[in-house]
Design a protein around this ligand. Structure first.
Ligand SMILES: [Zn+2]
Length: 50
């Protein structure tokens, strides 16, 4: 089961527990993720996979 480390609270979050939000930007669509523990938003989970 892949997990990511939250850059804000350093907890490990299972990918399916992340809240994914797709937002429209000028350059296209971007997917943001939200930590269920501290509610921090982060954009790229690729660098935080553990
Ligand atoms: Zn967090």
């Amino acid at each position: 089961m892949p997990k990511v480390a939250c850059p804000d609270c350093d907890r490990n979050i299972a990918v399916h527990e992340l809240e994914a939000r797709t937002v429209a930007q000028t350059s296209g669509f971007n997917t943001n993720y939200r930590c269920p523990f501290c509610r921090a938003d982060f954009e790229d989970i690729g660098d935080n996979l553990v």
